[in-house]
Ligand binder design. Structure first.
Ligand code: SAM
Ligand code: SF4
Length: 330
């Protein structure tokens, strides 16, 4: 068998790869103001190692890759890496998640790669609020990236982490963006992956609350068909050009159709966002593993993928879910 299938019959075809743990922003829900302890550069997977891991996984049926981080564009030569990854014929789709502050100059080059879609993280349309959330003054750059991406050949999705007391009053403004613009806005439930940034949350804004809030403003919300493995449940306001989705990241109601695995910037293999890493690929590679060794490892590790995020969380060695999303790769 040369495929990645887990004990519940789920076929794994989607890799989320964090290319770095570094970031140029300090989003309050992701890390503390002083940042997180970044690892020594030699502890990061090299591009060559990431290329090899991706190639081997693509021979086992992975055909979609999301590159994330930390901020992927912070890592030197990231666009070169993207270009080389695009030569892999087995990959149907490569996507990126970015905060957009550093990518404006690269959009032409990105259009020539296999990148089909860019997820741009933008949690507020208000400059001051944006600064309060990200702790960095890059609103104009991100806005410019938003405009440039709308004009590009790539699909544009906006990631909006719904933060109680900060941007919940902008949920409708984000939905209104979809009126005239072909953009998909995705509201994400805030999770406790904040690098011990200790966030006191007044109200729980989960999937249901977000949807109810939008429903109270619009009569004509149409559910959209989406791939069962999609992370978001998607909707559209009648006659609007774009769409919106809600990602039940913390509610974990999407686990039964999960097709994803993750590899962190330091090479930790994760079967689930909520596990604490099941295998250190970097050490395995650097000890001289062959492609066959890697394949056997992936097949046997994926088989043990936990049924859902609650089981994965219960099985953690460290009981606190407190690492930053920038180390896990969101
Ligand atoms: N730096 C890039 C960015 O911000 O788009 C990529 C990495 S970031 C970790 C990936 C996504 O995870 C972003 O959309 C971010 O908003 C989201 N994220 C980070 N911490 C989160 C948390 N605690 N809860 C929910 N989403 C989070
Ligand atoms: Fe950086 Fe992305 Fe985390 Fe914000 S969410 S601090 S941009 S890694």
């Amino acid at each position: 068998m040369n495929q990645l299938i887990d004990q519940y019959g789920r076929k794994i075809s989607y890799l989320r790869l964090a290319v770095t743990d570094r970031c140029n922003l300090r989003c309050q829900y992701c890390m503390p103001a002083k940042g997180i302890d970044i690892v020594d550069r030699k502890e990061l997977l090299t591009y060559k190692e990431m290329y090899r891991i991706t190639r081997v996984l693509s021979e086992l049926g992975v055909d979609k890759v999301r590159l994330t981080g930390g901020e992927p564009f912070v890592r030197k030569d990231f666009v070169n890496f993207l270009e080389s990854l695009s030569f892999n014929d087995k990959l149907k789709e490569i996507n990126i998640t970015t905060n957009g502050a550093l990518i404006s100059n690269y959009i032409d080059r990105l259009e020539k790669t296999k990148i089909k879609s860019v997820n741009l993280s933008i949690d507020s349309l208000n400059r001051e609020k944006f600064f309060q959330i990200t702790r960095r003054d890059v609103f104009d750059k991100v806005k410019q990236t938003y405009k440039d991406l709308l004009m590009s050949d790539m699909r544009l999705k906006l990631n909006v982490v719904v933060q109680s007391g900060f941007n919940t009053n902008e949920i409708i403004d984000f939905v209104e963006l979809t009126k005239n613009e072909d953009v998909s806005v995705r509201f994400i439930e805030e999770m406790p992956f904040n690098g011990k940034g200790i966030r006191k949350v007044d109200e729980l804004w989960d999937f249901t609350k977000i949807l109810d809030h939008i429903r109270s403003d619009y009569k004509s919300i149409q559910p959209l068909e989406s791939d069962p493995s999609s992370t978001s449940r998607n909707f559209k306001i009648e006659s609007y050009k774009g769409s919106f989705g809600i990602i039940p990241a913390y509610t974990r109601s999407i686990c039964s159709d999960c097709n994803r695995i993750r590899i962190t910037a330091t090479g930790m293999f994760k079967n689930c966002l909520f596990d604490d890493g099941v295998f250190n690929l970097k050490d395995f590679l650097r000890a001289g593993a062959s492609d066959e060794d890697l394949k056997n490892l992936f097949i046997s590790t994926v088989q043990k993928k936990p049924e859902n995020g609650f089981v994965a969380e219960a099985n953690r060695k460290s009981k606190n879910v407190s690492e930053s999303m920038s180390t896990i790769g969101g």
